[in-house]
Write a protein that binds this ligand. Structure first.
Ligand code: KMH
Ligand code: ZN
Length: 272
């Protein structure tokens, strides 16, 4: 098996310090938390940013400041900006961090219920993000909340809007979307085009079982406070690094070595 790529989703747009005080908001907090996760073994930081009061934002200048501080501490880590942003944001608003030409970005390829909201990604939205990423040489990570979203991503490839190999992130167990069972994960991994890579992010209680399954099945792992604020039932995670450290320990038990950022680039078919 390839070495294991660990993505850390350090803050997201939904969780707050009221849920877990370790959720980082300011550029300094996000950079520190990213650095700790990187030191623990994360080679990709999935990056949302916040205003200092915790409000999610896609503001280009705020992204720029966050990226600058992360880069100071982790010169080689892969920074994957979010184009999902928060529910209700416009496409233009969500696309702002792409203007900074990051190495990688998330591309949500479908619409779903999302808790009590609807996370809207129309075909037009998906094509807009795909074109923008292709134009700028940004590697997309296709976020998949439902099985049909893989078909939407394949359509983008058929239209020549994305380059292969494609990289998918299965988000499993988010309220309103596909569940986080092993059978669901196997169905997903068997549905992507051959030669593609995949990672999985389990939401809440699904984070640990999905991570262990991915380690065994040859996929990659996403963990972090965006997806899960607990270490175990009733016990809050102390930090993003703590969640990454656990994955590293388990991977070692299965003889899967941890990929450095440059090894992750090679596995994902990216140029530095
Ligand atoms: N915050 C969610 C609505 C992404 O980063 O691309 C979308 C999300 C996915 O987190
Ligand atoms: Zn996200």
């Amino acid at each position: 098996m390839e070495k294991l790529i660990i993505t850390c989703c350090v803050t997201g747009a939904e969780v707050t310090k009221e849920h877990n005080p370790a959720v980082p908001y300011t550029p300094e907090e996000i950079a520190r938390s990213s650095y700790e996760a990187y030191r623990a073994g994360a080679s990709i930081i999935h990056l949302h940013v916040r205003k200092d009061d915790g409000t999610p934002t896609q503001d280009k200048e705020v992204y720029s400041k966050n990226i600058e501080l992360i880069r100071e501490k982790c010169p080689d880590v892969i920074i994957q900006v979010s184009t999902g942003g928060a529910v209700g944001m416009s496409d233009e608003e969500r696309a702002q961090p792409l203007k900074l030409n990051p190495e990688m970005a998330s591309l949500d390829c479908g619409t779903c219920n999302f808790g009590n909201d609807v996370f809207r990604n129309t075909p037009e939205t998906m094509e807009f993000f795909a074109k923008e990423m292709k134009k700028r040489g940004i590697k997309p990570e296709f976020e998949v909340f439902e099985r049909g979203w893989i078909e939407n991503a394949k359509k983008l490839a058929e239209k020549g809007l994305v380059d292969e190999p494609m990289h998918f992130d299965f988000i499993m167990g988010a309220p309103g979307t596909m569940p986080g069972g092993i059978k669901d994960l196997i169905y997903m991994m068997e549905s992507i085009p051959s030669g593609s890579t995949w990672t999985v992010g389990g939401i809440g209680k699904h984070q640990l079982p999905m991570a262990v399954a991915a380690i065994m099945l040859g996929g990659h792992v996403r963990v972090g406070l965006e997806d899960n604020i607990y270490y175990k039932k009733g016990v809050l995670a102390e930090s993003n690094a703590q969640l990454v450290e656990r994955v590293v320990r388990i991977a070692r038990e299965f003889d899967r070595e941890i990929a450095t950022p440059d090894e992750a680039r090679r596995i994902l078919g990216m140029k530095r």
